[in-house]
Design a protein. Structure first.
Length: 182
């Protein structure tokens, strides 16, 4: 039971002290789950975050479910998901009760503008960290470039792009194994 409480508390900490959504949470996930607790490796964190992004729902909750499951199975998933979502629910309830009264004030609008800039920096940081673990060779750069360009210039759903990139990775791996067996 103690581990479930720890899962809830660590994920509540992540949920309480990161702002801007799932992408801005990745550095905190990495700091807590990889560096501080050692529950995941950098590669596992990248994989779980990537899968969490591809599924319906909130990236942070999806990632927490996977990470919690790795620690304590289904009950660990529940503890981690509740933990990461709990602070947001509390904050949203508090803010929702006041925001309509204050949202038109210039100081509030300026604060939100500053927060958007800060979150953009977190997202750029996340991309750099993901790049270091996800782009392993020249073929990965090719897959990245193709997916990036297709995502920017078309309206193909993200799920299709992810499945296609995964299939390309599997095909490349199979070709490499076949060449190595000869």
């Amino acid at each position: 039971m103690l581990t479930h409480i720890k899962l809830f508390l660590y994920f509540s900490y992540i949920g309480a002290f990161t702002f801007g959504g799932g992408y801005s949470m990745l550095p905190m996930f990495q700091r807590v789950l990889v560096k501080k607790k050692g529950w995941l490796t950098e590669v596992e964190m990248t994989d779980l975050f990537s899968i969490g992004q591809c599924l319906p729902g909130v990236i942070a909750v999806n990632t927490a479910v996977f990470a919690g499951h790795k620690q304590k199975g289904t009950t660990g998933s529940i503890a981690a998901a509740l933990g990461v979502a709990f602070p947001s629910v509390v904050f949203i309830l508090i803010i929702a009760s006041f925001i309509t009264n204050f949202s038109e004030y210039p100081v509030v609008q300026s604060a939100f503008a500053g927060l958007r800039v800060c979150v953009s920096i977190f997202i750029i940081n996340t991309v750099i960290k993901l790049w270091k673990t996800a782009i392993a060779d020249k073929l990965a750069i090719v897959i990245f470039t193709v997916v990036f360009l297709v995502s920017v210039f078309t309206s193909i759903p993200v799920a299709i792009l992810v499945l296609t990139a995964g299939a390309a990775g599997l095909a490349i791996s199979a070709l490499r194994k076949r060449r190595g067996a000869k």
